[in-house]
Design a protein around this ligand. Sequence first.
Ligand SMILES: Nc1ncnc2c1ncn2[C@@H]1O[C@H](COP(=O)(O)OP(=O)(O)OP(=O)(O)O)[C@@H](O)[C@H]1O
Length: 377
Amino acid sequence: MIEAIGLTKRYGAKTAVQDLSFQVRPGTVTGFLGPNGSGKSTTMRMIVGLDQPTGGHVTIGGHPYRHVPNAPRQVGALLDAKAVHGGRSARNHLLCLAQLSGIPARRVDEVLGVVGLQDVARRRSKGFSLGMGQRLGIAAALLGDPQVLLFDEPVNGLDPEGILWVRNLMQSLAAEGRTVFVSSHLMSEMALTAEHLIVIGRGRLMADMSVRDFIAANAAGFARVRVPDREPGAREKLSAALAREGGQVLPEPDGALRVAGLPLPRISDVAHGAGVRLWELSPHQASLEEAYMRLTQGAVDYRSTDDQRTGLREVATEGGVPVAAPQPGAGQPGWYAPPPPRQEPARTDPDARPAGAPLPTVPPAPELSKSDTEDPR
Ligand SMILES: Nc1ncnc2c1ncn2[C@@H]1O[C@H](COP(=O)(O)OP(=O)(O)OP(=O)(O)O)[C@@H](O)[C@H]1O
């Protein structure tokens, strides 16, 4: 088990990790999520003794990494796949690591096979692609057959077959009772791989719970409702009726309605009561991505804006009329995070938003104030 207590790391005035406490337990894959620059790599480096905490401590099996008995055989990590001597072959790189840790040379060939690099084992790693480098890093982590494994963005650069392989590998390592801690920005992949999540934002703990609980706590399920296309006014009539019942109704780009806050049988009854026929009434689970976006949107440091290409493009026109350029910060089209389930649903006035109007942006999560995230010293 990995245990962090009050873990803090400052680089000069920058607080990268602040008062972080969590446990990573054996037997399950634990995902480590957070926006760019939130402190994931710093935390992982402190776990394996590559960075010293400014405050607090972190242990593996009850010991700081330096005092873990036979650490290279107990703990394996992929932290930076590029940290390889490029002039050495993949096999020689692993042989060096094996010799330093007292691992028999035959294990090198075993792990080369496990990661699928046996055919390029004698090639210099500086010619490796991003995905091949990742595979070599994973081989190094597996070398000592360790009980505790850390992977910092292991699927970065891997092809779809490689991503599936990493997913299966993580899960089988955990099923063998090992502790597996893995960071990733690929939410769909994390939803399939991890059972438990630790989410940080600006160096602070934001969530420590199962994937299922995380989605349930941060994004509500919803229903999709569709009325016959050729029944004028039916959609608006149903929207109004559902809103009166406390439903939160939003138009979907394809003309359907997204309804949160009402169970499916109630939606059906309301439609019946309003005299509106339904062509679709289907339940939908919010995704990990939606839940993650909702939780972390107030803790994102690096946010993109639309590219205005000022002075670089001709004004687009439709029939001689200039077409408005998209406005920065207007939200990502097609993306909508449902509200957390415990939030009081805001009643929707269907008259206020015509069919096909842009989907609303969600209210921001509470911002961490600067004084929360930066050490005053
Ligand atoms: N050696 C260092 N010196 C100074 N600042 C650092 C150092 N290492 C990390 N930081 C800063 O600490 C913060 C956390 O960085 P870290 O790499 O841990 O984030 P991350 O969550 O892993 O980000 P990403 O998802 O982009 O990989 C960032 O603001 C980063 O600039």
